[in-house]
Design a protein around this ligand. Structure first.
Ligand SMILES: *[C@@H]1O[C@H](CO)[C@@H](O)[C@H](O)[C@H]1NC(C)=O
Ligand SMILES: *[C@@H]1O[C@H](CO)[C@@H](O)[C@H](O)[C@H]1NC(C)=O
Ligand SMILES: *[C@@H]1O[C@H](CO)[C@@H](O)[C@H](O)[C@H]1NC(C)=O
Ligand SMILES: *[C@@H]1O[C@H](CO)[C@@H](O)[C@H](O)[C@H]1NC(C)=O
Ligand SMILES: *[C@@H]1O[C@H](CO)[C@@H](O)[C@H](O)[C@H]1NC(C)=O
Length: 954
């Protein structure tokens, strides 16, 4: 499915794609042959040995065979069988996934091999050109016979100037992809001195075209392939190549182009592949596309074409509509009410129009496009019925995505489709209520998504066997009932999404392959009573079921587990301590003996709220050094908080122990959790003082960097596999947070909350002054304790505070004037203390508690002044003491208006901008990852199968 090549603007996607591409490249490259004739020339052998000597490490064993006298027999070396000179050196790192290849500097001796025609050093991240950075090594100019040079991903971490390539007249193939050429201002001139270039790959090289193009005519008259993807270019870059009538393949994907499609593209009359994916090109393709008679692969997705699909296809020449095999238009703002025009593209194999604004029905005649293998119409506004006719001729179809439209599937229950799918995506598509029977003939499926399709039925027995080879299965958000098979060991599934259905029974024995499991919001009642190995399980989301009993020791044997959510179940008893006995059964991934146990879990998110778990603070957490989110809210845990909290869980970002029976002092060590954003110890029996070292909570001091929503979100199920990323989306879990006097539901936006809640305990002593250093704090709740003394004088430094609750304590003294500096405050409660003196007024303070402002101060008989009725000594009596009447008096009215606008806008904006940010981000970023994943995945599987078959046949 050769889609988007590398991208620089979206680094993770680029790298995952890169890896995929390289995987394919690696599997298709043949091994270098060895000459039969003669032994090598001594000076060349010396040169090679000198090259070897400057290599400091060789993790891929590339030079392992460089021993013995005849260097022509060494791995990767090939000599001319007539002259005996070294002609080819292929030191590519083929194990890019598992080894970083050669480390060290490229010895200049390499450049004495003047008869070299073919040099491949690619994939060796850490192999640097000696003194290469700037200036370049002049010696390489000696390699004037070089025909083929591949230094892609070679020394990829330091900038390289390529002007030394000037004058290599023989060069036909040049690949410097993913080498930093920022220092090569003159790259255009350099390239222009290589008149025989046929292939030029400069992907991801940080190239920038200056705003004024050099007024030059390029000499590259035989250039056939040009890859400029993933650079920062403008249209001038294209102008350089406007006359390259020999060009067959051009990629300028992900280059941040934001003009219209240049007319000059029409000059490239030999063009077969045009890849402009992932820019911000605006408007319809120009009429000059009529000249592109040879076009076969056209990638225009992720631009802003904003035109009709019929107009677009109408602008392709008649001959190209015969030749066109791939038309990739996803996410390009394309409209249209009819797909009729696409039916003229009789040889179409790939049609990808995902995420556009197509409407109307899908013509049944699409079934006549018999070459179609890849059909993606997902995320459009298509409506109407899809029937057997639509697939009549689609015998080659292996990828279909019709998700997120208003389409309905109506086929006979005996229908046996003509295709064998690999990927079937029908999310939010009307398939139900009956479970689609035809799926049972699709044993080849590796990825199935029938989530939210209105299925109301039992899960058929064949489901598990038919899809026993599938990697991704998603049947979530239906009303599918029935039990899961007790044993899923025969399956190969990696991600299994069953959430929000009506499944009953036990959590089964899972397949060894499983990585992500989501069965939340079902009616499962427990764990199957067997021990099973799930060496790869990373995410287990089991919240909101009816799971009873204790948490099984089984979890001690899930070494890769990163997220476990068992909230809202009926679990009882203590957590397993995962001591030596349990661990012996599993395979500990680390055997460091450090007194704390010999095993470390990788768990980052552990959510156990709303069960009836008991016992002390779980000892098993001592082995969870990566833990970020811990929620034990609403259980029956008791005892003291251990002092090892900060030492053994140094990364904690959220610690929620609300509504348990914990007691004793809050250990000082809690304040050593420098990353802590949310500390909720409310509704327990903690006593003693609030630690003075509270100010050590650095993440709350207002200077910390914002969290990364990608990795630091408790509800984001991301997982990483060998060759691919995937995002399973956000789990539907909610954290209820008491803030602003009410219980608010936080979802993913929880990561923007900074909160300390110690309410409803028996804490005594003063509120430490040090608290004022927590300038990032949004919520502070110390209510319902036995705190005494003054409110800290410099409380006004908590400038981010939106909610402050100190009610129901024994605080005394004056309310500090500084309080008026809290301009974001939208909730304040100081009631039921012994505060006295004048209530400060002004700014935001005057806007709070608008219905009944006095309630914030009630139960403090010593307070006087607005908004309480009691006058302060020496004040002018106000008319009638009406709490509203103060609005009438001059300056505070303005304060009121200002304050309310600032407060309102700021409060709302903070919440909404987070959501907006996440949504946009999700669309732009996650969709990209997802799509790369889809394509990469299919490609990998296909390649892998091919490769496996080939090697198997040998
Ligand atoms: C030399 O090698 C080339 C390519 O490997 C081969 O085609 C040619 O027949 C060989 N010539 C001799 C004399 O072995
Ligand atoms: C183009 O090629 C010609 C002949 O090969 C050469 O004389 C000329 O200098 C080249 N132009 C540039 C800009 O390098
Ligand atoms: C290239 O295209 C432009 C605009 O379409 C045209 O003016 C120019 O003559 C073309 N150049 C060649 C060499 O065809
Ligand atoms: C899509 O196109 C319409 C015009 O057809 C334009 O108003 C809108 O801004 C475009 N949307 C995006 C996201 O580019
Ligand atoms: C599935 O569960 C939901 C929620 O519990 C319930 O409303 C619905 O009736 C159930 N459907 C079936 C088919 O049991």
């Amino acid at each position: 499915m050769g889609a988007a090549p590398g991208s620089c603007s979206h680094a993770p996607a680029a790298s995952s794609y890169l890896l995929i591409t390289l995987a394919v490249a690696a599997t298709t490259t043949t091994c270098s042959q060895v000459t039969a004739a003669g032994s090598c020339i001594e000076v060349e052998r010396a040169a090679l040995l000198s090259f070897k000597a400057s290599i400091t490490s060789d993790s891929a064993d590339i030079l392992g065979s460089w021993q013995g006298h005849d260097c022509c027999q060494w791995g990767g070396v090939r000599c001319n069988n007539r002259t005996g000179h070294v002609a080819k050196l292929d030191l590519r790192n083929r194990l890019l996934f598992s080894a970083d290849g050669l480390h060290g500097e490229i010895s200049s001796s390499l450049f004495t091999l003047r008869h070299l025609k073919h040099l491949d050093l690619s994939g060796n991240f850490y192999l640097e050109f000696k003194a290469s950075r700037v200036p370049p090594p002049p010696q390489i100019g000696n390699l004037s016979k070089l025909v083929y040079l591949d230094i892609s991903i070679t020394g990829a971490f330091s900038p390289l100037d390529i002007s030394w390539l000037s004058g290599m007249h023989s060069l036909e193939y040049l690949d410097t992809s993913f080498v930093d050429l920022r220092a090569s201002d003159n790259w255009v001139h350099t390239v222009n001195t290589l008149p025989n270039l046929v292939t030029l790959k400069l992907s991801g090289c940080s190239l920038i075209t200056s705003s004024t193009p050099p007024p030059m005519h390029l000499n590259l008259t035989v250039l056939e392939e040009l890859d400029l993807s993933g650079n920062y270019l403008n249209q001038n870059a294209l102008n350089l190549f406007r006359d390259s009538s020999s060009l067959k393949r051009l990629s300028m994907s992900n280059c941040e182009l934001s003009t219209t499609f240049p007319d000059e593209l029409g000059n490239l009359t030999s063009l077969e592949t045009l890849d402009m994916l992932g820019n911000n090109l605006k408007g319809m393709i120009p009429a000059t596309f009529k000249n592109l008679c040879n076009l076969r692969y056209l990638y225009l997705g992720q631009n802003d074409i904003s035109g009709d699909i019929a107009d677009l296809t109408g602008r392709l020449s008649n001959c190209s509509s015969e030749n066109l095999q791939k038309l990739v238009l996803m996410d390009a703002n394309i409209t249209g009410t009819s797909l009729q025009s696409v039916l003229n593209l009789a040889n179409l194999e790939t049609f990808d129009a995902n995420s556009n604004h197509l409407s109307g029905s899908v013509p049944a005649a699409i079934g006549t496009l018999t070459k179609l293998t890849f059909l993606d119409l997902g995320n459009n506004n298509l409506s109407g019925v899809i029937s057997e006719d639509h697939f009549a001729g689609l015998t080659n179809l292996d990828y279909i995505d019709l998700s997120h439209n208003s389409l309905e599937f109506i086929v006979d229950s005996t229908w046996n489709p003509p295709f064998s799918l690999l990927v079937a995506s029908f999310a939010s598509f009307h398939l139900g209520p009956r479970f689609p029977d035809w799926l049972q003939w699709q044993k080849t499926i590796i990825r199935l998504d029938i989530s939210n399709t209105g299925l109301i039925s039992r899960i058929p027995n064949w489901f598990w066997t038919t899809f026993s080879d599938a990697a991704d299965l998603n049947i979530s958000f239906n009303q599918i009932s029935g039990k899961l098979p007790l044993n899923m060991d025969f399956m190969a599934v990696e991600t299994l999404a069953l959430q929000s259905n009506n499944l009953t029974g036990l959590i089964p024995q899972l397949p060894e392959t499983i990585q992500v499991l989501d069965i939340s919001r079902n009616s499962l009642t427990g764990f199957a009573p067997v021990m099973f190995q799930v060496p790869s399980l990373q995410v287990a989301i089991l919240f909101s079921n009816s799971i009873t009993g204790t948490i099984p020791k089984l979890i001690c044997q899930w070494p890769e587990l990163r997220t476990l959510d068992l909230s809202n179940n009926f679990l009882v008893g203590e957590l397993p301590d995962c001591g030596r006995e349990e661990l012996k059964e599993g395979k500990p991934s680390s055997t460091t003996i450090n007194g704390r146990g010999s095993f470390r879990f990788k768990i980052k998110t552990l959510l156990l709220s709303n069960n009836s778990l008991s016992g002390g603070f779980p000892i098993f957490l001592r082995q969870c050094q990566y833990l970020i989110f811990l929620d034990l809210t609403q259980n029956k845990f008791s005892g003291n908080l251990p002092s090892w909290i900060s030492e053994d869980m140094p990364s904690l970002l959220m610690l929620r122990l609300r509504s348990n029976n914990f007691s004793g002092q809050i250990p000082i060590e809690t304040t050593e959790l420098v990353g802590l954003h949310i500390l909720d110890l409310s509704d327990n029996n903690f006593s003693g003082h609030i630690p003075h070292s509270l100010g050590n909570l650095k993440a709350l001091n207002g200077t910390a960097d914002p969290l990364d929503p990608l990795t630091e979100n408790p509800f984001q199920e991301i997982y990483l596999m060998d060759l691919r990323y995937s995002v399973l989306g956000v789990s539907n879990d909610i954290l209820s947070v008491t803030i602003k006097g009410q219980v608010l539901d936080y979802r993913q936006n929880i990561i923007y909350l900074m909160s300390i809640d110690l309410s409803s305990n028996s804490l005594t002593g003063q509120i430490p002054d040090e608290i004022s250093s927590l300038a990032g704090l949004v919520n502070l709740n110390l209510s319902s304790n036995l705190l005494s003394g003054n409110i800290p004088r410099n409380i006004g430094k908590l400038r981010s505070l939106e909610s402050l609750d100190l009610s129901n304590n024994q605080l005394s003294g004056k309310i500090p004037l500084d309080l008026i500096d809290l301009t974001l405050l939208s909730y304040l409660n100081l009631s039921y203390n012994n505060l006295s003196g004048r209530i400060p007024t002004g700014h935001q303070l005057d806007t709070l508690g608008r219905d009944d402002p006095a309630s914030m101060y009630i139960g403090n008989p010593g307070l006087c002044g607005r908004p309480v009725p009691r006058q302060c000594p020496g004040d002018q009596p106000t008319q009638g003491g009406d709490p509203i009447s103060w609005h009438e008096s001059g300056p505070s009215r303005i304060d009121f208006l200002l304050g309310s606008i600032v407060g309102f806008v700021a409060g709302i904006w903070i919440v909404f901008s987070c959501l907006l940010f996440i949504k946009r981000w999700r669309y732009a970023y996650f969709r990209l990852l997802d799509r790369v994943y889809d394509r990469g995945y299919v490609m990998c599987i296909l390649t892998w199968r091919k490769w496996f078959k080939n090697t198997g046949a040998e």
